[in-house]
Ligand binder design. Structure first.
Ligand SMILES: NC(=O)c1ccc[n+]([C@@H]2O[C@H](COP(=O)([O-])OP(=O)(O)OC[C@H]3O[C@@H](n4cnc5c(N)ncnc54)[C@H](OP(=O)(O)O)[C@@H]3O)[C@@H](O)[C@H]2O)c1
Length: 240
């Protein structure tokens, strides 16, 4: 039986992907802080789901839980890192800034490193990070969120480059960059091209199966990414 870990499975993208993977026959360890949400999923699919409540800001705890899962499952085929927070924070309130950094940067780095190392040791495995279209350029309303996503994008690319040192060629790194998906996380006033959670999760799973390096969700966001990459800074300053 194929095995997976989904970090941030209590709601949104992580939860929908859990349901898809269960239907495709995976045995899955799911995590998040809200125990009752984890239990709901476990009660639906008791034979395929194990639950591990955790807060990824507590990195020592994350490491302990990760090793516990690896020990129980024996080997891990897929890790999906979907946990994250995001705040519109124009006044740069420090509580929001630091929570974003502790979760999206420090916690996520720990998860990426643990996953990469276990895949390297096994000689196979697939790490999928849910980053964002926000990873491409800066933003005045949510600087910490956009910067944290830029960090995740660069880190995943670094791990991809690093897989060159793994002789088996069976370790894969995928960066999923959603635009707007209909979850609690969809940020801001100017929301457009919002996709349903169901559609987003199906497109993400398709990208995972194809072992894509980068995938935009929905696909049309690749056009926005293209424009964002070439647009001069002064235009961003005026427009966004
Ligand atoms: N929705 C969008 O429009 C959109 C667009 C681009 C990128 N994304 C990215 O997609 C990912 C998933 O977000 P979503 O849209 O599915 O939103 P969501 O429903 O709010 O899901 C966020 C998940 O992260 C978990 N999480 C947050 N802080 C955590 C912590 N300290 N420890 C452990 N788990 C934590 C939450 O679980 P608990 O609260 O139970 O801990 C929840 O399961 C995020 O990384 C987000 O940045 C979303």
């Amino acid at each position: 039986m194929r095995t997976a870990i989904i970090f941030g499975a209590t709601s949104g993208i992580g939860k929908s992907l859990t349901e898809i993977l269960v239907k495709d026959g995976y045995k899955i360890a799911i995590t998040g802080r809200r125990l009752e949400k984890l239990e709901e999923l476990k009660n639906q699919y008791p034979h395929q789901i194990r639950i591990y409540q955790n807060d990824i800001q507590q990195v020592e705890e994350v490491e302990r839980v990760f090793h516990e899962i690896v020990q129980e499952f024996g080997s891990i085929d897929l890790v999906v890192q979907s946990s994250g927070v995001g705040y519109i924070n124009p006044k740069l309130e420090w509580t929001n800034e630091i929570e974003t950094i502790r979760t999206n940067v420090i916690g996520v780095t720990k998860l990426y490193d643990l996953s990469y190392n276990v895949f390297k040791q096994q000689g196979h495995g697939h790490l999928v990070g849910i980053t964002s279209i926000a990873s491409i350029r800066g933003n005045r309303a949510a600087p910490a969120y956009f910067s944290s996503k830029a960090y995740q994008k660069a880190y995943l690319e670094s791990l991809y480059i690093k897989t060159k040192t793994i002789k088996s060629n069976k370790v894969f790194i995928t960066d999923i960059r959603p635009g707007f998906v209909d979850t609690a996380m969809a940020l801001g006033d100017g929301i457009f091209w919002m996709v349903s959670l169901d559609k987003a999760a199906k497109q993400i799973y398709s990208a995972i199966k194809k072992k894509k390096r980068v995938a935009y969700i929905s696909k049309r966001w690749s056009m926005i990414a293209f424009v964002l990459k070439i647009v001069p800074r002064w235009v961003l300053k005026k427009a966004i």
